[in-house]
Design a protein around this ligand. Sequence first.
Ligand SMILES: CC(C)(COP(=O)(O)OP(=O)(O)OC[C@H]1O[C@@H](n2cnc3c(N)ncnc32)[C@H](O)[C@@H]1OP(=O)(O)O)[C@@H](O)C(=O)NCCC(=O)NCCS
Length: 125
Amino acid sequence: MKIRKANGLDGAAIRNLIRLYPGKLIQEHLPRTGEFFVAIEGKKIVGCCALAVYSKRLAEIRSLAVDPNFQGKGIGRALVDACMKEAKRRKVYEVLSVTGAKELFEKHGFNTFNQEKYAMIRVLG
Ligand SMILES: CC(C)(COP(=O)(O)OP(=O)(O)OC[C@H]1O[C@@H](n2cnc3c(N)ncnc32)[C@H](O)[C@@H]1OP(=O)(O)O)[C@@H](O)C(=O)NCCC(=O)NCCS
């Protein structure tokens, strides 16, 4: 398995992966293809994850998806790793994730903010 930055040709495969999880992943306003990392097995894209950098202060890990046939092999973890390395490389101060995969992110050191119990979000769109 190899992780690399997505290129312009990967957009359709990325969207197909995200479409597998309509209940778990937001389907609109997706990150730009260039913001994604993809996981390759053989020649197939089997996972994706984006780092959207909003400012020097804040970036968000978004649209993490792994093909159901390739789950449980560490691909999700490797994709989050790649995003975290990119955030560090770009010297971003903090990284946010709105996610159902709580344990995976906890293993990467994510937690609730300081003593606050909830990170709250309101969708306006
Ligand atoms: C969540 C998801 C990306 C994990 O991918 P994966 O390649 O199977 O994950 P890994 O094999 O790297 O597992 C890493 C850790 O994630 C956790 N994990 C795995 N699958 C999980 C799931 N479905 N839900 C929550 N946590 C999960 C486990 O704690 C695992 O730790 P372990 O290796 O010590 O057992 C994958 O199940 C998926 O695509 N789910 C649907 C979309 C989704 O929920 N995305 C996350 C929202 S941002």
